[in-house]
Structures are given as C-alpha cells and as structure tokens.
Design a protein around this ligand. Structure first.
Ligand SMILES: Cc1ncc(COP(=O)(O)O)c(C=O)c1O
Length: 340
C-alpha cells in the first residue's frame, strides 16, 4: 500500500501514483501506445518544440470510488473532445478516442490501491499532450507524446466551508478574442500566474478574469462562474475565450432539470455589483473538476468590495447532487459515469 496522508492533508496534486501511461505519435508511424509503465522522468531533447514554442495541452478529470466498491470516471468523453479541439487550435495531433480511453482505464486499473477512501477524495487524472520534435524554426511539431498521470486528491480549497474570496483582476487578461482561452493550453496557465500571485498576497484565493474590455466577467481561476439572482442563474456565455468546463455543462443540466432558469449571456461586473446593492444577488459559485462547486464569499478590486449572501442554498444542493452522482450513490440517468 502506498503511504498517503489522511484525506484532510492530501491537498491537490501533491502525491502521484507510481505508474504512467504513455503513447507517442510520429507522422510516419501514427500513434503507438507504450502502455502503462513505472512513473518516470521524461527524456526530452533540449530542442523539443514544447520547450520553446509551448505546444502543450493538458486535461483534468476525476475517477471516484463507487458506493458498491467499484471505480468510475466522470465524463471522460467530454475531456477527450476538449483535448481534440485544443489540439486543432494548437496544430497538434490529438490521441484517438480508443487510445485515450484505454490509457485512462488501464492506468487506473493498475493504480486502484492509490484511491483514497474518504468522502470528498478522488483520483485526479492529468492527461497531457506535448510536441516533442527537436527543431528551432517556428512551426508545428511532427512528433507528440501523450501521457497520463494520476494524483490522489482531497479538497482544492481548504477554506471551502466559508466560501472563497476572489479578486477581480483589472490589469492582466487571461485570454483575448481569437486567442487560446477556449483551450486547456499550458500557456494560458503560465499567463495567469502573475495575477493569481498578486491576489494571494492580498489575501484572495483566486482571480476573476474579465474580458478584453475589462467589463464582462469570464471565469474564476480554474473555475467557471455562476451567479444566482432572483429569477435566473447567470453564467458567462462561451465567447471563444472562456474554457468550457465539464462541471459547468453538468451544472447547467442539473439546474435546468431542477426548474431554474439558466441564462448563458454576457455578464458585466457592474451588473453583479448593482444586483448585490439592490439585494437581488442570492449566491455565487465556481465550478470545476478540482474545486467541484465552490461558494464565493467576497468579490473585490481596487474600487469595490462586496460580500455575498451567506445562504448558499443552491451551491450546497448542487455540490451534494453532483457528489452523489460521482460516487455512485444515486442512479446515473445521464450516462456521465464510465465504470472501470
Ligand atoms: C481556466 C479554467 N476554467 C474552467 C475550468 C473548469 O473546467 P472543468 O469543469 O472541466 O474542470 C478549469 C478547470 O479545468 C480551468 O482551468
């Protein structure tokens, strides 16, 4: 048995299972699986394209211990499609669906001993695609490495119970129209670090990203964002620079099934502040694989600070409902869980 700390100390992405799945692509040979191997350092040519021109994409999804003792992955097909779309945008070769599924399932099957037991824990799956060809002229790589690693995880935000404090970023942008915002390109995350670091220094857990005009809300850190007002739940529309989250899609479905009016539209930060001042803003939450559904307690920037109501009724309902589906505690009528 691997030595893992208790669930509350697991954190996110600090421990890794001792196996890795790898497959390589060349123009001549296509995709060739190397199967599940012992976790190891990668051997890369110093001229590898990923190190210079950043052809790197990753995904993030979770597998859960089921109530009946089995294991299941939450919506692996969604993440595969998102990687395919990202690969198209970055001129990369995405792994075919079968290779993706075999990689995930074989690796998890070999690593079941790494599944933590406690509620709120899971195995986080990190599939990654990088350009490995060695050259220095700027062009797409002709060789790619696809690998998958696993990390037993607990909660992403330790302050979850009270909700997170979010800094509204008005200087730096996460993405711009026509850019990479809709993809899970590694470059997006490199570009986000400075603002996140600054927000943390001020005591905020993450930043809320605005659009290029610094007026419309895009997303929060590594989460999509929802605001519940009197008659509707609003989330920013997918405008090409927001990452479409699998959790976002699932939450929209769950909310609509429960009778909520969910509107995907352009949402100005000014509207949210005004709704809060009029007492019309009921709750706000972020959605993401790592953070699941996370309540937002405060939004602030240089020129304003608003506290959000502490009711959080829908936030908690969604969290419970989604967790129950993911752990196999209720029937999965939507076919979201793929049994291993
Ligand atoms: C920038 C960004 N937005 C949104 C999300 C939420 O996506 P998902 O629900 O698929 O995890 C993530 C996390 O993957 C993210 O990194």
């Amino acid at each position: 048995m691997p030595q893992l700390p208790p669930a509350h100390e697991l954190g996110f992405g600090k421990y890794f299972a001792d196996q890795i799945f790898m497959a390589r692509y060349t123009r001549q040979g296509g995709w060739v699986s190397e199967g599940v191997l012992p976790y190891q350092a990668l051997k890369l040519d110093p001229a590898a394209c990923v190190l210079h021109y950043g052809q790197a994409l990753f995904e993030g999804l979770k597998a859960f211990r089921q109530k009946d003792g089995g294991f299941a992955i939450f919506r692996p097909e969604f993440n595969w499609k998102r990687m395919c779309d990202g690969a198209d945008r970055l001129c990369m070769e995405a792994p075919p669906r079968e290779l993706w599924m075999t990689g995930l399932v074989d690796l998890i099957n070999r690593c079941v001993k790494w599944f933590p037991e406690e509620r709120g824990t899971a195995i986080y799956i990190r599939p990654t695609l990088i350009g490995t060809e060695a050259f220095l002229g700027v062009r797409p790589s002709n060789e790619f490495l696809f690998f998958v690693i696993l990390s037993p995880v607990g909660n992403y935000y330790s302050e979850d119970s009270g909700g997170v404090k979010i800094w509204v970023e008005k200087e730096y942008l996460r993405a711009a129209p026509g850019g990479l915002g809709a993809t899970k390109a590694a470059a997006n995350y490199a570009g986000s670090l400075k603002a996140a670091q600054r927000a943390k220094k001020k005591g905020y857990a993450q930043v809320l990203w605005l659009d290029h005009s610094r007026t419309a809300i895009e997303e929060v850190g590594t989460m999509n964002v929802f605001f519940r007002c009197k008659n509707e739940v609003v989330t920013p529309e997918l405008d090409g620079s927001i990452l479409e989250g699998g959790t976002r899609a699932a939450v929209i479905e769950l909310l609509r099934e429960a009778g909520h009016r969910v509107t995907e539209r352009k949402l100005l930060i000014r509207e949210v502040i005004e709704a809060q001042q009029k007492g019309e803003l009921l709750e706000a939450f972020g959605t993401g694989t790592a953070a699941v559904i996370t309540s937002i307690a405060e939004l602030a920037s240089d020129d304003f600070k608003i506290q959000l109501p502490r009711e959080r009724k829908v936030t908690f309902q969604l969290f419970d409902q989604l967790s129950a589906i993911q752990r196999g505690e209720v029937r999965d009528s939507r076919g979201w869980m793929v049994r291993i």
